[in-house]
Design a protein around this ligand. Structure first.
Ligand SMILES: Nc1ncnc2c1ncn2[C@@H]1O[C@H](COP(=O)(O)OP(=O)(O)O)[C@@H](O)[C@H]1O
Ligand SMILES: [Mg+2]
Length: 236
């Protein structure tokens, strides 16, 4: 009650959209090494944000806090209307599965499954009916230009195709928030552009908010807003 009232009272003036992410003064240390030193970040519904900063400044740690993988030592973490610090591990995992997507630098697909099977996984875990799952997956594969390679195993497609499929798997259940950690870091610039375009356009179509960590100015240029991180803090 107190927390909710405080968040309402200090909501960013003029921004009509509800916050998908609202972090306040978040601190997190690995043993005694501080990785986050007072991070506050508000992201509106459907907004896309790039996070840039030198290696080791805490970008991946911040994404893990947003996704509820790590719980900070102190600070408020409101994501998708939930106070993540108040949820159990199981509740956070459930929220992540149902309403978030994650993409990492190296195709985190299951290499023995086909692209189609990889995309079906989150929907199956959420209890989707086979016919609904099939059609939703086919639509997403088509959307990403992957129909022709849909029945190849993940190990047998190109890096760009695998990364597009990883984007598809992260978005197939129409999450409200997608976090991506250097999603094009292992790709050449042409392929990176194709993957980013697919990511941005698909997220925009379904109003998925995006937080993308990147080293690449070209990638950051695709997003609504750039946030710079240094020594565990957001600057500028
Ligand atoms: N699991 C971990 N255990 C101990 N220290 C870690 C761990 N993960 C990250 N760190 C440290 O925390 C700091 C921030 O790391 P990270 O969030 O991975 O930064 P970035 O993604 O910006 O490179 C770094 O000093 C890193 O060495
Ligand atoms: Mg990192």
């Amino acid at each position: 009650m107190t927390t909710a009232a405080r968040h309402d009272a200090t909501a960013t003036p003029g921004s009509g959209r509800p916050a998908v992410v609202d972090l306040r003064d978040v601190h997190l240390s690995y043993r005694s090494d501080p990785a986050l030193r007072g991070v506050s970040l508000r992201i509106a519904d459907g907004e896309s944000v790039a996070i840039m900063g030198p290696s080791g400044c805490g970008k991946s740690t911040l994404l893990h806090v947003l996704a509820g993988v790590l719980v900070p030592d102190r600070g408020d973490v409101r994501v998708l209307g939930e106070d993540l610090t108040a949820l159990s591990d199981k509740e956070r995992a459930r929220l992540r599965l149902s309403r978030m997507g994650m993409v990492f630098q190296f195709g985190d697909l299951i290499s023995e499954l086909t692209l189609r099977e990889n995309l079906a996984l989150p929907l199956q875990l959420l209890g989707g009916k086979p016919e609904g799952v099939r059609s939703r997956v086919a639509t997403m594969l088509e959307r990403l230009g992957l129909t022709e390679v849909a029945d190849r195993r993940a190990a047998q497609v190109s890096g760009g195709q695998a990364q597009r499929a990883a984007v598809g798997r992260a978005l197939v259940h129409q999450p409200a928030l997608l976090v991506a950690d250097e999603p094009t870091g292992a790709l050449d610039t042409v392929t990176a552009d194709v993957v980013m375009q697919a990511l941005i356009e698909t997220a925009a179509e379904q109003s998925t908010a995006l937080v993308v960590v990147t080293h690449d100015n070209r990638v950051a240029a695709y997003l609504d807003r750039l946030v710079t991180m240094r020594d565990g803090k957001l600057v500028g």
